[in-house]
Design a protein around this ligand. Structure first.
Ligand SMILES: Nc1nc2c(ncn2[C@@H]2O[C@H](COP(=O)(O)OP(=O)(O)OP(=O)(O)O)[C@@H](O)[C@H]2O)c(=O)[nH]1
Length: 443
C-alpha cells in the first residue's frame, strides 16, 4: 500500500476513534442530564406535596382565606409541574399517575369541603371529608417521596453505568489507537531499519542487496529499496573494495620491489638489493661475532667477447654466467650483479676457508661450462677477489672496497685467479691448496 494511502487510512481511523469517543461522552452526558432532570422533578414534587401537607394542617387549625389561597397556590404549582414531567421510567410513570390521580381527588375533596364549610353542613360529614382529604394528601406525599427515592437511585445507577461505559469505550479507543499507531509506525521503522542496514553495509564496503521479500511490493519503501539495490549494484561494479585494493597494492608493491631489486638483464638481484642485503648480513655478523665473507667475481677479458661476437652475444654470456654461478650458491648465500661484468657473492657464516672453497667451486664450474652459440663454444674465466670480515671493516662498503682490491690483485696477477685481501693487522692464511688450484687453472 502506498504511503499516502497508509497515512489517509491512519488519519481516518484515528478520526473515527475520536468521533466514537466524543459520541460516547455526549451520550453519557445526556443520560446523566436526563437522570438529573428526573431527580430535580421528583424532588420538586416531593417538596411541594410536603408543603401541601403542612398547609392542610394549617387550614384545619385556621380556616381563613389566606390559608385557602396558599393551598390553591401550591396546588397550581404542583399541577404545573405534574403537567410537564421529564421522560420517566415505567415505575416512575406509575407513581406519577397515582400522584396526579390522587391530587385530582384531593382538589375535588378540598372544593367540596370549602363549599360545605361555607353552608350549614353536617359536621360529621365535614370531618369525614377532612379525614379523607388528609389521607389523600398523605398518599400523595408518600408517592412523591417514593418517586424521589426512585429518581435518586436511578441517578446513582446511571452515574455508575455511564462512568463504566465511558471508561470502557475510552480504553477500547485507546487500545485501537495504539494498535493502529503501532502498525503505522512499525511500517516506517521497518523501512528505515532496512535502509540503515543497507547503508551500514555500504559504509563497511559491502555492496549487498537488501532482501525485498520483507516489504510490500506496492509501497514506496519497496521502490526506494529497489533503487538502493540498483545503486549498490552500480557501486559494486564501479568500486574496488578496500581488501581487493589492498591486495592489488600489495601485489604491485611486491612487483615494484622485485623490479627495483632485480637486474633486468640477468634477473639476479641488482646493486641496490646487494647493498640492502649486504648491510643486513654485515650488521648481523658484526653483532653476533660470526664469520662473514664475500667474493667479488669479474669476467676476464669480457671486452674481447663483445668485440668478437657482438654485444647481444655478450649479454647472453653474462646471463649464462649467472645461471652457472647460481647453481653453486647455497640458500643462505646471496648472489648479485655489482655492475657491468662484475658480480658479488655474499657468504654468511663463512670464514676464509669456506670462502676460498666457494671461490674455487665457482672458478671451476665457470671454466667447465662454456656457452654454446651458433655452433661455437664461448669459454669464459673469472677472477675472484675474496674478503672476510674483520675489525677494520666499519660497514659493508668497506668490505666491498677490500674485495675490489683483492679482485684487482687477481687481475694484476694474471686473471682466472683467486686472491684474498690481506689485512695488515691480520695474517690471513691462504689455504694450502689455493696456489695449486690457481696454478692448475692458469695452465
Ligand atoms: N654485452 C655486454 N657488455 C657489457 C655489459 N656491461 C659491461 N659490458 C662490457 O664489459 C666490458 C668490460 O671491459 P673492461 O672493463 O675493459 O674489462 P675486461 O674487458 O673484462 O677486462 P678485464 O676485466 O681487465 O679482464 C666493456 O666492454 C663493457 O662494455 C653488458 O651488460 N652487456
Amino acid at each position: 500500500m502506498k504511503v499516502n494511502k497508509r497515512f489517509y487510512l491512519f488519519s481516518i481511523l484515528s478520526f473515527g476513534l475520536m468521533v466514537l469517543v466524543a459520541m460516547t461522552l455526549l451520550y453519557s452526558w445526556r443520560q446523566i442530564n436526563q437522570a438529573l432532570d428526573k431527580e430535580k422533578f421528583s424532588n420538586n414534587v416531593s417538596q411541594i406535596t410536603l408543603e401541601l401537607q403542612q398547609q392542610l394542617h394549617e387550614l384545619e387549625a385556621h380556616k381563613n382565606s389566606a390559608a385557602i389561597e396558599n393551598w390553591e397556590k401550591l396546588q397550581f404549582k404542583l399541577r404545573k409541574i405534574l403537567a410537564d414531567p421529564p421522560g420517566l421510567s415505567p415505575e416512575q410513570k406509575t407513581l406519577l399517575n397515582s400522584i396526579v390521580r390522587n391530587n385530582t381527588s384531593a382538589v375535588v375533596l378540598f372544593e367540596r369541603l370549602n363549599a360545605l364549610n361555607s353552608g350549614l353542613a353536617n359536621q360529621s360529614i365535614i370531618r369525614h371529608l377532612e379525614e379523607r382529604l388528609r389521607a389523600q394528601v398523605m398518599v400523595i406525599q408518600e408517592d412523591s417521596q417514593e418517586l424521589a427515592l426512585l429518581a435518586r437511585q436511578s441517578l446513582s445507577n446511571i452515574l455508575f453505568n455511564q462512568t463504566m461505559y465511558v471508561m470502557t469505550m475510552l480504553s477500547i479507543g485507546l487500545i485501537l489507537l495504539i494498535f493502529i499507531s503501532h502498525r503505522f509506525f512499525r511500517w516506517i521503522q521497518h523501512a528505515t531499519q532496512l535502509l540503515m542496514k543497507g547503508l551500514n553495509k555500504i559504509e563497511q564496503g559491502h555492496f549487498e542487496s537488501i532482501d525485498l521479500t520483507t516489504t510490500d511490493s506496492n509501497d514506496e519503501v519497496y521502490d526506494i529499496l529497489m533503487k538502493f539495490n540498483r545503486m549498490s549494484e552500480r557501486l559494486k561494479e564501479n568500486t574496488i573494495t578496500r581488501d581487493v585494493l589492498q591486495k592489488i597494492v600489495d601485489e604491485r608493491t611486491r612487483e615494484l620491489t622485485r623490479v627495483a631489486n632485480t637486474d633486468s638483464l640477468t634477473s639476479v638481484p641488482n646493486r641496490r638489493a646487494l647493498f640492502e642485503r649486504g648491510e643486513m648480513e654485515f650488521s648481523r655478523a658484526h653483532r653476533h661475532h660470526q664469520p662473514f665473507a664475500m667474493l667479488m667475481i669479474d669476467a676476464d677479458h669480457f671486452k674481447h667477447i663483445n668485440d668478437q661476437y657482438g654485444h647481444m652475444v655478450g649479454d647472453k654470456v653474462l646471463i649464462h654466467l649467472c645461471r652457472t654461478i647460481e647453481k653453486e650458491v647455497r640458500k643462505v648465500d646471496f648472489f648479485a650483479r655489482f655492475g657491468g661484468e662484475e658480480f658479488v657473492l655474499i657468504l654468511p657464516h663463512n670464514d676464509e676457508k669456506g670462502a676460498y672453497e666457494s671461490a674455487c667451486r665457482i672458478q671451476k664450474v665457470v671454466n667447465e661450462n662454456p656457452m654454446s652459440c651458433d655452433g661455437t663454444s664461448i669459454r669464459l674465466t673469472v677472477s675472484i677477489g675474496v674478503v672476510v670480515l674483520h675489525s677494520s671493516h666499519k660497514d659493508f662498503g668497506d668490505m666491498i672496497n677490500d674485495a675490489d682490491k683483492a679482485l684487482l690483485l687477481a687481475k694484476k696477477n694474471g686473471r682466472n685467479r683467486i686472491e684474498f685481501y690481506q689485512t695488515p693487522s691480520l695474517s690471513l692464511v691462504k689455504p694450502e691448496n689455493a696456489s695449486q688450484i690457481n696454478d692448475n687453472n692458469n695452465d
